[in-house]
Design a protein around this ligand. Structure first.
Ligand SMILES: Cc1cc2nc3c(=O)[nH]c(=O)nc-3n(C[C@H](O)[C@H](O)[C@H](O)COP(=O)(O)OP(=O)(O)OC[C@H]3O[C@@H](n4cnc5c(N)ncnc54)[C@H](O)[C@@H]3O)c2cc1C
Length: 468
């Protein structure tokens, strides 16, 4: 016999088109995100609502707001900061809002609902010769509004910018349940305060995004990456500086340090003996730079990149065919998983520093690891000064290694701030970095940050405890 739905679930069902669009608060897939899984953390909720229209989103928020019930918006749940991890109340999942509202290839624009998956969006526009450049690693699972709410980046953000750079308008429900439109199909708009930019990167704390207008660009025809190995961080970072200093407009500029190569080098496609899998002996740093554009442009730029990277390189791998190129990027996308399997688990942070401080931040990650007795490594978006600093651990023991990792992460945040950077360049603060923002901002800036939150959400019910 199935249990009768709890009163909260019954009331929500009336708002979202029936009981089939409500889940109990115990539905475990709605209580974690990618980071929470790593950290072995799990949120708690009283119910999960799956509205099918923006009006239903508004109805759920209004109903909850009136009753003092917290609401946690949820996209694809791929976040790395515990942002979609609820702390009681209602999880509001956008997974049923999947309509393409309009697509005008000739105007280079599209309007899609919140729950459209990033990978699907990229494929749809690509079929018309257009390109949506943001390429966060979990694109097959993440949703476009989740990308907007975290202002997600990815390898190609170096040349093309992060998600927010492509948002011309947003539709969102804000407390106590009002449906707002900010911007729209127009590519420019300086009339009002730029309210949409407040929601971009707000991690579900100011409003619930229900649809997004995006500008698109003509797709580059060819992508030609080059992977160059160096002995150590110093020589690798010197090569990075040469690429940037030469003014080479590469689309992506990535790095991997020695520890990352130790965990993933066995699967590197095409750098080992006789061009087979593996990495060259003595390699302690890898730079990946990608040229793109028309075939002529990309070939010319690749030749310049090869020249810039040659000095001090142990080996260079320049895949030519589509299959080889896809293999290289596939290997790069799997980095997080490969590093995690080295000891059994890992906790990753995503600090960002000015690009000329990258080498110091890479060394600091290792030094902090040593200080706390943790194996550490980093890789990331070198061109943006964005590190994925990871601390490896054999098991998820909340009182043991995880507590040590939290202390190591706090040291890392202090380094990021001291180097003039930020404690998050991609994943946001979520619940995992809660409490660390104040140290990065001046007191007046931090106060204003809190006032913006109170203005949008005076009762503090929208994704409480996040973005602090
Ligand atoms: C393997 C892997 C690789 C990754 N690579 C990258 C990368 O290269 N670059 C990068 O930036 N990130 C990366 N990420 C992190 C993650 O994919 C991004 O943060 C992504 O944008 C999250 O989208 P999501 O739909 O899964 O959001 P969720 O995880 O569901 O939510 C993230 C935050 O957004 C809020 N939110 C979600 N939907 C809405 C909405 N409709 N309205 C308001 N708030 C909302 C949530 O409340 C939460 O605070 C990676 C993650 C994984 C697992």
């Amino acid at each position: 016999m199935t249990a009768a739905p709890a009163p909260l679930e019954r009331d929500l069902a009336a708002l979202v088109g029936g009981p089939e669009n409500v889940r109990p608060g115990t539905a475990s897939e709605y209580l974690v995100d990618a980071a929470a899984q790593t950290w072995g953390l799990r949120g708690r909720a009283d119910a999960v609502a799956l509205p099918g229209t923006p009006d239903e989103v508004g109805a759920v928020l209004a109903w909850c707001y009136e009753r003092g019930i917290p609401v946690t918006p949820r996209g694809g749940g791929t976040g790395y900061a515990g942002g979609a991890m609820p702390d009681g109340g209602v999880v509001l999942s956008l997974e049923r809002l999947t309509r393409i509202r309009s697509f005008d290839p000739l105007q280079w624009r599209i309007e899609v609902e919140a729950g459209v998956r990033t990978g699907d969006l990229r494929r749809i526009v690509r079929e018309s010769g257009l390109y949506f450049p943001p390429d966060p690693g979990a694109a097959e699972l993440s949703q476009i509004a989740g990308n907007v709410a975290t202002n997600a980046g990815g390898p190609h953000a170096f040349k093309y910018g992060v998600t927010g750079a492509y948002v011309t308008g947003l539709e969102a429900v804000v407390p106590p349940g009002d449906l707002l439109r900010m911007g729209g199909a127009q590519r420019k708009d300086v009339a009002a305060y730029d309210l949409k930019s407040l929601l971009i990167g707000s991690e579900g704390t100011l409003g619930i995004i229900t649809s997004v207008w995006l500008r698109l660009i003509p797709a580059p025809e060819v992508f030609l990456p080059v992977a160059a190995f160096y002995r150590d961080t110093a020589s690798g970072c010197a090569a990075l500086e040469t690429v940037m200093g030469s003014g080479l407009a590469v689309a992506a500029l990535e790095y991997l340090d020695a520890g990352t190569l130790a965990a993933s080098g066995h699967a590197f496609p095409g750098g080992g003996p006789e061009g087979g899998p593996g990495i060259p002996a003595g390699a302690g740093f890898l730079v990946i730079a990608e040229a793109d554009g028309s075939p002529e442009e990309a070939l010319r730029l690749r030749a310049e990149v090869l020249e810039a990277l040659a000095d001090g390189a142990l080996a260079v791998h320049a895949p030519e065919t589509k299959a080889e190129i896809a293999e290289l990027w596939r290997w790069r996308e799997l980095m997080s998983g490969m590093v995690a399997t080295r000891l059994g688990g890992k906790a990753g942070e995503d600090i960002v520093v000015p690009t000329d401080r990258l080498a110091e931040a890479i060394e600091a990650t290792l030094e902090i690891g040593r200080r706390h007795g943790l194996e550490a490594c980093s890789w990331g978006h070198a061109g943006d000064g964005n590190l994925h600093s990871n601390f490896l651990l054999p098991r998820l023991d909340p009182d043991g290694e995880l507590a040590t990792v939290r202390r190591a992460a706090a040291d890392l945040f202090a380094v990021a701030t001291a180097l003039g950077g930020s404690i998050s360049g991609e994943h946001g603060l979520g619940s995992l970095k809660a409490g660390h923002l104040e140290a990065q901002l001046t007191p007046a800036t931090y106060r204003l940050h809190g006032e913006v939150k109170r203005l949008f959400d005076p009762k503090g019910l929208l994704n409480p405890g996040k973005k602090t």
